[in-house]
Ligand binder design. Structure first.
Ligand SMILES: O=C(O)COP(=O)(O)O
Ligand SMILES: [Mg+2]
Length: 224
């Protein structure tokens, strides 16, 4: 590998490092069944990923209960539904997710070249840790920031700023790698470069329409 272009690379998780949608859909449908609701489709779940698992559950409940999302969010029964879902997701974690091609060896090579690596995901911490662990990535990152680690989540740049400060790296030496408009907006808000994968979850839109600095076919392009 030629000398790295970046000293710090921040990775999105769902749809960038790990294909998580199949088991998220299983967990959502397990929870809906417990709650006496009809199931949702894989395609719907794919399009609801991005704003964190809590928001995804709100969308699923709104859809199946024919209610506006805000009504679900403020329903006193929502906390119970969230607890049911948490149990379902914890059981499904690692059952039907998989690393995208060449993720493991690329992370290893970047680390060996001295690049600092972090995860910045909107997925809540209680699910982030098991997903990383299920794929042997628990110790692959210098920092992991989940959707509920800080008071705000992506596209707020706070998580990126936090990493820049922690590692003492400049914005021009930092790259964000993601799969969605939220990741592109996060990088733009933080003033760092952004490369995007075309295979993830971008709310049904092609990632090119979000105008990242580059679209790369897979993670191994970071080594080129
Ligand atoms: O959990 C989500 O909805 C999105 O997670 P991500 O930020 O890792 O894509
Ligand atoms: Mg993503």
């Amino acid at each position: 590998m030629t000398p790295p272009l970046y000293d710090l690379i921040l990775f999105d998780l769902d749809g960038t490092l790990v294909e998580t949608a199949p088991e998220i859909a299983d967990a959502v449908n397990d929870a809906l069944a417990h709650l006496g609701r009809s199931p949702v489709t894989q395609r719907q779940v794919d399009d609801w990923i991005g704003h964190g698992t809590r928001e995804l559950l709100i969308q699923a409940l709104a859809h199946t209960g024919q209610q506006p999302p805000d009504a679900v969010r403020h329903d006193p029964g929502f906390a119970d539904a969230e607890a049911v879902f948490a149990r379902c997701y914890e059981q499904r974690c690692g059952t039907r997710s998989r690393l995208y091609p060449r993720v493991r060896e690329t992370l290893q090579a970047l680390r060996a070249a001295g690049v600092r690596l972090a995860v910045v995901t909107n997925k809540e911490a209680r699910y982030t840790r098991p997903v990383l662990a299920a794929h042997g990535l628990a110790d692959s990152f210098d920092q992991v920031i989940s959707g509920d680690t800080l008071p705000v989540k992506k596209p707020d740049p706070m998580a990126v700023d936090d990493c820049l400060r922690r590692f003492g790296v400049g914005r021009e030496r930092t790259l964000f790698v993601g799969d969605s408009s939220i990741d592109v907006a996060t990088a733009r808000n933080a003033g760092v470069a952004v490369w995007a994968l075309p295979y993830g979850y971008n709310m049904g839109q092609p990632i090119e329409s979000c105008d990242p600095d580059r679209v790369i076919p897979d993670i191994a392009a970071l080594l080129a």
